[in-house]
Design a binder for this molecule. Structure first.
Ligand code: SAM
Length: 286
């Protein structure tokens, strides 16, 4: 009888639990100077990108993360013109930000060209985000990019890997202070901030450092349901330089005018995403 070997992938969340799925085939494996990249074809989640063995996105549910990291701050910002994306080498965030056709500039600073090349080749549903002429892709370190800059932005989106390796400095006070310095009045920063279940220490590191840079009253978190990320509920830390809480700012005229065809974000989600369960509120108290 023929033997058909099965290939399975597991992302370990702790030493004793994780998330497992069967893999149809491995499309590419590559070691960049910074990280190991794998592109998988799967049965349940379509194409999947891993960096250093961790899921960056899956074809099936990437829309949640990319819509929530892009549209919520953009519809909260007052007449945004210039947007800076740090990280986001897969192009998914650039794809969503580009839907805001009124913007003057979209700058995307990604440290690893290998991520961009692979995303364009193997996962064009996100990689095509870089095909838009209005996206100025810069290959470089986002930590250095925000130091001593004179250009100002209305929204800064930190779409980074987890807080170690090249991304470690994207979660510290110095970085958030530099980001604050390049925001216009009323400007907004959003950063992916892990999750409150397995990684509350990482989440709080991001929140506390953002609080030190923006002030305790000018930082909040919101959540989104992302099935393939640890705990299924992802946290975004949001800081604003001045003005109202972003939960209470939503430009309905701009939203109606763009008429976007979105799969997750909508005006109700804009507010509801800030509603937190009690155990998360407790964690936030420190
Ligand atoms: N959605 C993803 C997640 O939370 O798992 C993030 C995906 S995106 C691929 C993250 C990107 O951040 C990677 O391409 C990585 O190379 C980039 N990155 C890490 N550190 C960086 C830095 N210091 N400057 C710019 N980009 C950085």
């Amino acid at each position: 009888m023929a033997y058909f070997p099965e290939l399975w992938f597991t992302e370990k969340y702790t030493g004793t639990c994780g998330f497992t799925f069967k893999v149809k085939r491995v499309l590419n494996t590559q070691q960049s100077p910074l990280q190991r990249l794998d592109i998988l074809e799967t049965y349940d989640f379509g194409r999947v990108m891993l960096l250093d063995g961790l899921i960056m996105f899956t074809e099936r549910d990437e829309f949640v993360y990319h819509e929530m990291i892009a549209h919520l701050p953009l519809f909260a910002a007052h007449e945004p013109k210039d947007v800076l994306i740090i990280g986001g080498g897969d192009g998914g965030t650039a794809r969503e930000v580009s839907k805001h056709t009124y913007l003057n500039s979209i700058t995307n600073v990604e440290i690893d060209e290998v991520v961009v090349e692979n995303s364009k080749k193997y996962t064009p549903f996100v990689g095509s985000g870089f095909d838009n002429d209005r996206v100025n892709l810069i290959i470089g370190d986002g930590i250095e990019f925000v130091k001593n800059k004179s250009e100002l932005y209305d929204v800064v989106i930190v779409d980074s890997t987890d807080p170690f390796g090249p991304a470690e400095g994207l979660f510290n006070v110095e970085f958030y202070t530099n980001v604050r310095n390049i925001l216009r009045e009323g400007g907004i920063v959003v950063a992916q901030a892990e999750n409150a279940y397995y990684d509350k220490r990482w989440m709080m590191r991001s929140v506390n450092n953002m609080r030190k840079a923006f002030g305790v009253d000018n930082v909040a978190i919101y959540q989104a349901a992302i099935p393939t990320y640890p705990s299924g509920t992802w946290v975004f830390a949001i800081g604003w330089k001045s003005g109202e809480h972003p939960r209470d700012r939503f430009d309905s005229d701009r939203f109606e005018g763009l008429g976007l065809d979105l799969k997750y974000y909508n005006p109700e989600i804009h507010r509801a995403a800030f509603v937190l369960p009690n155990y998360v509120k407790e964690i936030l108290k420190g």
